[in-house]
Design a protein around this ligand. Structure first.
Ligand code: UN1
Length: 536
């Protein structure tokens, strides 16, 4: 049955009454307080109610994770991998239900929600057999009767904080490899997506993750999140993994730094998308519309700046504007839309404030009209704009790279247009922000492709495709203000959740000292080639 605006909120589904999950028990917050998670497409739909955790709750979760570590790290890696396989099976079995709750809780379209559950499934599938491959090496010794080995060891208790925009896929990128490697976890899901976090916890439990190995504490970033960061100073955590804003990532990096922890930080982006004069313009427009406005621009990989070669700038602009005017926006549960709501009110607020930045910069507002309301809505809007948090797509023209509008991440449906004269200038502008996460170029010229790959200061690059859409087994992450060069996904992430352990085994029965007792090859008197080759 299709829902309509007038349907009762109950038709969206039940309200999830969730708990913290500490040491295998479902518990309330110590202060018994709760918060609500609402549907950003339709505010009468109460998606869930969750404990508003305090520092005490977070500390209890850390103690549980600390106590569970020894047993979990000694569980054979192939057995841990078997549990990861169960997680993949359960995610697959519940794919529709999880996608539906993602759409309800953060307003992703059903197609995107299904894709983001699939990303978690792919992650589980990738890592399940990594448990049979968590290889170390045998290394030759410089001495006789001595053997050298390397082992991957788990790091310890891992604090995880994740954002609301990919509430299942991104936590799975962290939790699945961290578990596989033998670490235990305290996870604070985003309060924008607590229901998804709670349900993922159920899947972990059903898959056979033992009690205390993953602990989930719900609450706000300001309280529970901050308390989890404090646990680094208190000595509970040996590893931290965070996806979210650059400002918070910087703070976590500082706290980890003074405690000599190496955190994994996946932060913001202002991702460039270049269109060269030889590009297939229809393809570029299609990719640019999706990169800029898909997910209402709320991906860390969303495009931030579109950089146009001057020869095609006017044609591109006209085609792009025409396509943007046709974007369908609205409640993704009521009909097909390109994008739904802003996932929480604070993102709508930053979006609204960004207009002042663009104006103060002197950029030209080519398209866009603030918040979508009954009187001010794009054609074909689906649903009631005033029962959700909807934003117009915005295009700023005549932008220069040193303007604030081109430098700062907005995390909303906002794009800027910049013009350049050649590939050299395109690269300079593409690299002209503090960020370095994702990037894209549209061109058919192999020289441009080479130059782009070689010179772009980003962790991820696409040629003739969107800035978004990383596959689950390629390294994901960025540089500069986008992160600290750690990577998630694929085999590379294993380096983030293990430490190398070097082991010497001496079977000689005597004390052999490396470098000092080593039998290096003796120096010899060298052959004088001139005597051999001298003419008679
Ligand atoms: C994020 O926005 O934090 O590449 C992650 C992408 C998705 C992941 C985005 N696979 O756009």
């Amino acid at each position: 049955m299709k829902l309509t605006d007038n349907d009762q909120a109950k038709d969206y589904g039940k309200t999830v009454y969730g708990y913290n999950y500490i040491d295998g028990q479902e518990v309330e917050a110590s202060n018994n307080k709760r918060f609500n998670s609402t549907n950003p497409s339709y505010n009468k739909d109460l998606v869930g109610s969750f404990p508003l955790s305090t520092e005490e709750d977070v500390e209890n979760a850390c103690i549980a994770a600390k106590n569970a570590f020894k047993e979990w790290k000694n569980t054979p890696a192939p057995i841990r991998g078997g549990i990861i396989a169960n997680i993949g099976d359960l995610l697959t079995k519940n794919k529709d239900v999880l996608a539906k709750i993602i759409t309800r809780e953060i307003g992703k379209t059903p197609k995107e929600a299904m894709g983001s559950v699939q990303e978690a499934i792919d992650t589980a599938h990738f890592f399940q057999s990594e448990g049979r491959r968590l290889y170390g090496q045998t290394v030759p010794s410089e001495m006789r009767n001595k053997e050298l080995y390397t082992y991957r060891r788990p790091i310890g208790v891992t604090g995880v904080i994740t954002a609301g925009n990919f509430p299942l896929a991104v936590p799975s990128w962290k939790i699945i490899p961290a578990l596989l490697c033998g670490n235990t976890i305290v996870w604070k899901p985003s309060d924008d997506a607590a229901a998804v976090g709670y349900l993922f916890g159920k899947i972990l439990e059903d898959a056979g993750v033992p009690k205390g190995v993953v602990n989930i504490i719900h609450g706000t970033g300001a309280e529970a999140g901050d308390a989890l960061v404090k646990m680094v100073d208190k000595g509970y955590l040996q590893k931290f993994s965070f996806t979210g804003s650059t400002a918070v990532g910087r703070h976590i990096g500082e706290v980890c730094g003074r405690n000599l922890l190496v955190p994994s930080l996946e932060l913001g982006g202002k991702n460039p998308l270049i269109v060269m004069e030889d590009a297939d313009l229809d393809l570029a427009v299609h990719g640019a519309v999706w990169s800029s406005f898909g997910t209402a621009g709320q991906r860390c990989t969303s495009a931030g700046n579109i950089i146009l070669h001057k020869d095609i700038a006017q044609t591109f602009k006209a085609k792009f504007l025409e396509a943007v005017k046709k974007i369908k926006i609205g409640n993704p549960l009521l009909g097909e839309v390109l994008y739904g709501p802003m996932l929480a009110e604070r993102f709508l607020n930053t979006f609204m404030k960004h207009y002042e930045i663009g104006k103060a910069d002197g950029a030209t507002l080519l398209y866009g009209n603030g918040q979508i309301t009954k009187e001010n809505k794009p054609e074909g809007f689906v649903g009631d704009p005033e029962s959700g948090l909807y934003a117009w797509p915005v295009i700023w023209d005549n932008v220069k790279i040193d303007m604030r509008i081109a430098q700062e991440e907005i995390f909303g449906p906002v794009i800027t247009l910049l013009e350049v004269n050649n590939i050299e200038e395109a690269m300079e502008v593409a690299n002209g922000t503090p960020y370095g996460l994702s990037s894209a170029i549209y061109t058919n010229n192999p020289d441009y492709m080479y130059k782009f790959k070689n010179e772009i200061g980003a962790g991820m690059s696409s040629i003739n495709n969107s800035t978004t859409g990383a596959e689950a087994h390629l390294p994901f992450g960025g540089n500069g203000a986008s992160g600290n060069n750690t990577r998630e996904s694929g085999i590379w992430v294993i380096d983030s959740y293990t430490r190398w352990h070097a082991v010497n085994v001496d079977l000689s029965g005597k004390l052999q000292l490396a470098q000092m007792d080593t039998q290096y090859v003796e120096e010899k008197t060298l052959t004088d080639f001139s005597t051999l080759l001298a003419s008679k």
